[in-house]
Design a protein around this ligand. Sequence first.
Ligand code: FAD
Ligand code: NAP
Length: 308
Amino acid sequence: MNDVIIIGAGPAGMTAALYAARANLKVVMIERGAPGGQMNNTAEVENYPGFDSILGPELAYKMYENATKFGAENAYGIVKEIKDGGSYKEVITDDKTYKAKTVIIATGCDHRKLGVPGEDDYAGRGVSYCAVCDGAFFRDKKLVVVGGGDSAVEEAIYLTQFAKEVVIIHRRDQLRAQKIIQNRAFANKKISFIWDSVVEEIEGNERVVESVKVKNVKTGEESSVATDGVFIYVGLDPLTQPFESAGILNEHGWIETNDEMETKIPGVFAVGDVREKNLRQITTAVGEGSIAGQNAFTYIENLADIHV
Ligand code: FAD
Ligand code: NAP
């Protein structure tokens, strides 16, 4: 029996692990990929206090070292379901069942797809969701970025180190991204915008992307924009399918918690991007992780009192 199982080793999960392990609990993080979560796909982070600027993967590694130094274990696994047994919980992965007194869900989100013809066909052949992973393949090429939020605009700026030209296609005439990020994009000579427009199809030859079909949502006018690659940043979907049967999701699939990170099930906490909330950041993820890590300790202490 473990004290705490943490599902997902992004910044929220790793901080929960740090706090729970420092409270001397037996902690296992179950992660389906490399620890770090979305930080692994982020070029530069410049809004994490204490660092002027730090590479996402570097921050991820520092957090991992921090959590494991105090004894938290990292286990590979894809969590499929959790079950509430009252004083203990079961976490079922693709090949194993773990038991723990508490569970902290920190599975975050995944990039949303555009859902247009050509998107799946050209995935990995010009269509990408990760500038850090794929940007360098597009040296001196022309690129399209779809979306108007922080991710789209920040990653478009990142891509200008490689590409000769980056066109941001946004469905409105105003960006959603933070003003400081917007201003950098407006000042960047390699970036141009196509406003009030949606990508309807991604087209190419039998090997690679060659263009996108674009429609102006105000005028209905259609055009073709030549491009060597399409980077899609149109928001995030919660990774909560394994928790559907637990009855802790809202109608949009996010997990509802109170300020103590408690879900509807006693002893099951949720932290980070997977929660219903407004601000999805590394700072908010780590803040919530620390609250849940500490509350897992308090919950287990109270369990012990009940059983005396
Ligand atoms: P995540 O980082 O998403 O981690 C969740 C982890 O859970 C992942 O490792 C995943 O593999 C794992 N997981 C999911 N499902 C399962 C399962 N079933 N079984 C096992 N493991 C599972 N924020 C900032 O503050 N500053 C920035 O500069 C910044 N830049 C960003 C740039 C981009 C391109 C993106 C996409 C996001 C950026 N963000 C930034 C947002 C920030 O990365 C997130 O808010 C933060 O990573 C959320 O942390 P998390 O731990 O909740 O989730
Ligand atoms: P987001 O904020 O949800 O923005 C998604 C963008 O895509 C919006 O501009 C939206 O348009 C557009 N969009 C959505 N569906 C679309 C569709 N079907 N077709 C065309 N466009 C579509 O997502 P995000 O930018 O990935 O950011 C996610 C979270 O991570 C946010 O909380 C963000 O603050 C955080 N983040 C922070 C940083 C940072 O702090 N530096 C960097 C990256 C991400 P509308 O604007 O019209 O809705």
